[in-house]
Design a binder for this molecule. Sequence first.
Ligand code: ZN
Length: 162
Amino acid sequence: MKRRTFIQAVIASTVLVSLSRTAFANDERKSIMIDKIVRSEKEWSDLLTPEQFDVLRNAGTERANSSVLNKEYDKGTYVCAGCALPLFESETKFDSGTGWPSFFQPIEGHTESKRDFKLILPRTEYHCSRCGGHQGHVFNDGPQPTGQRWCNNGVALKFIPA
Ligand SMILES: [Zn+2]
């Protein structure tokens, strides 16, 4: 390997390492605020309905328009169906026309996200910070003020009226 190529390779890998460290540090900082709930697969399957289990624990996707929460617009809070951690306020919900409950902003620090390669295009998956239950995916085609669309499975949420 030529000396210059070697130095370039070293610089590139150093940048990658520091980038992944930064991402990890951010995740860590967020997760420190919330005490984790850890349960076995058996415990979760006893606690959840089969539909909730498929989405929350297996990152499944419910059928579009299957959730009553899709058309819910009363004032209140949407909490994780696995552990009741508040994830979204009703003020941030909007009608995306997709058939899934959609929000432009989650409650800060109560969700964590990771890249998901289940479909060929990478998507950003997000889940509950406390129990790790999968909620949905976030896209950049939402309304202002954030421009984000947090596309959530209704079965993974419970609505608590204000
Ligand atoms: Zn949860």
